[in-house]
Design a protein around this ligand. Structure first.
Ligand SMILES: *[C@@H]1O[C@H](CO)[C@@H](O)[C@H](O)[C@H]1NC(C)=O
Ligand SMILES: *[C@@H]1O[C@H](CO)[C@@H](O)[C@H](O)[C@H]1NC(C)=O
Ligand SMILES: *[C@@H]1O[C@H](CO)[C@@H](O)[C@H](O)[C@H]1NC(C)=O
Ligand SMILES: *[C@@H]1O[C@H](CO)[C@@H](O)[C@H](O)[C@H]1NC(C)=O
Length: 256
């Protein structure tokens, strides 16, 4: 037997490892994952709720639409599972499918046997529940994430930040695109440019979207005072700002 037989396979494996490394590098490390498992009902591992949930979760990645939104239910009565998934609006459809795949797998691991759960992944949100969630604005469960670095002058920073957030608020809520979002940056003469991104699930009204974003904007100074990057996470809306670029500016200009 030739000792070179392993070579093609070896080369193939190196390519595979490289490929995996490239795919993985799209994930920022450590990847941002926040989640809430609610204590309002459990399912068993052999029951219908579990079967419905598994079927729904595996249907997200192949079925999420070109706008990065997916809403579906399966089952009836107490076994009915409702699910909503939303990708960040600046993603390409293939990226969205990859990230929701990761998020749906993560949420099952993080919240085993919980009938209601939500995960805010770096680039998407997935939630499911046995109670109705479609078309209803939801401010909770609620969470946040923030940078450990603070801005040098809080007062000046918030002045600039709120000008930026105000300018994006209605753009997101009344966006005529099926993607209910807005993103922009604002030069900050005394410090660093601020980049902000706001998005709602498209199943709620513009008024509800605006309300949700307003609450989130107000929350910044309570949860995350002076942090130079903050995410406010709710089921119906997402607000994030940073002092480094973090979204695809080309894509944002294409869609807005
Ligand atoms: C908790 O679950 C019950 C029954 O499943 C439902 O009626 C109730 O609205 C739920 N509460 C919340 C806060 O979701
Ligand atoms: C599921 O398992 C539990 C405990 O393991 C058992 O009590 C219950 O009857 C089972 N249900 C079904 C539908 O098989
Ligand atoms: C999701 O992606 C992260 C980062 O690549 C990885 O560490 C994690 O294992 C993935 N989760 C699942 C359930 O595949
Ligand atoms: C950003 O969006 C543009 C336009 O859709 C796309 O061509 C480009 O590949 C995207 N960049 C990244 C890093 O995904």
């Amino acid at each position: 037997m030739s000792s070179w037989k392993w070579l093609p396979n070896f080369i193939f494996q190196i390519c595979l490892i490289n490929h995996v490394a490239i795919v993985k590098s799209q994930f920022p490390t450590p990847i941002f994952i926040h989640f809430k498992c609610q204590n309002n009902g459990s399912y068993t591992s052999n029951g219908t709720y579990k079967k419905n949930l598994d079927a729904l979760l595996s249907s997200v990645s192949p079925n999420i639409d070109a706008n990065g939104f997916y809403k579906a239910f399966k089952g009836e009565n107490s076994d009915r599972v409702n699910l909503i998934a939303l990708c960040r609006a600046d993603l390409q459809p293939y990226q969205c499918r990859d990230y929701v795949k990761n998020a749906t797998a993560e949420i099952l691991k993080k919240c085993p046997y919980k009938k209601q759960a939500i995960i805010w992944h770096e680039f998407c949100m997935v939630q499911y529940s046995d109670v109705a969630i479609f078309g209803k604005v939801a401010y909770s469960p609620f969470d946040w994430g923030y940078s450990k670095e603070n801005v040098p002058d809080e007062h000046k920073f918030y002045h600039e930040l709120y000008i930026l957030l105000d300018s994006l608020h209605n753009q997101a809520a009344y966006n005529r695109s099926p993607k209910k979002f807005a993103a922009a940056s604002r030069a900050n003469p005394d410090y660093r440019t601020i980049y902000a991104f706001l998005q709602c699930t498209p199943d709620i009204t513009p008024q509800d979207c605006g309300d949700c974003l307003s609450r989130s904007a107000l929350e910044i100074q309570h949860c995350c005072r002076a942090a130079r990057g903050v995410r406010i996470l709710r089921p119906s809306c997402y607000l994030r700002f940073e002092t480094d670029p973090f979204y695809n500016e080309t894509m944002v200009e294409t869609v807005l």
